[in-house]
Design a protein around this ligand. Sequence first.
Ligand code: SF4
Length: 186
Amino acid sequence: MSDSSEQKKLLLHVCCAVCASYPVLQLQEMGYEVILYFYNPNIYPIEEYQRRLNELKKLAERYNIRLIIEETGYDYWLNLVKGLENEPEKGNRCRVCFKERLSKAAVKATEENCEYFTTTLTVSPHKNSKQIFEAAKEVCNNIQNPPEFLEIDFKKKDGYKKTSNFADKYGFYRQKHCGCEFSIRK
Ligand code: SF4
């Protein structure tokens, strides 16, 4: 790893502890000083939200890295996706959902003097990384002097497998649905 004086600061938007478990180490290996950022108002119900957040707090403690938590509430998020409730996963509701989370991450990265930001959302084999990268591009086009978004598909090069192994090793809770109420499979 590089000397800390040379490290570049990166804000990592994190959806849950499982998905962060390997990407954090990977980014540190690449020489980044990582700050965790939890902003996921899409998660339903509140018990599930708390559970994922608590797991992430455990990860932050274990890896000894800073965690920033941002909250706007589920009702705020519901309002953003109004009219898109029946969209399938990977459809327009997800595009709005990604954009919301990444736009707050970009703003926070700037506030924290991070030159870079990225997200653990690409770990999931159920998500289309191209759709996430496009959402990030739109976000960056809409703000002045945005931080650079790193287009890393964390599931690639065995990333998903390695992430699963780390999550199992540390016993992190694995959720059964993506986040919102519309993603709960009957
Ligand atoms: S399925 Fe997942 S990504 Fe799509 S809108 Fe729901 S929580 Fe967001």
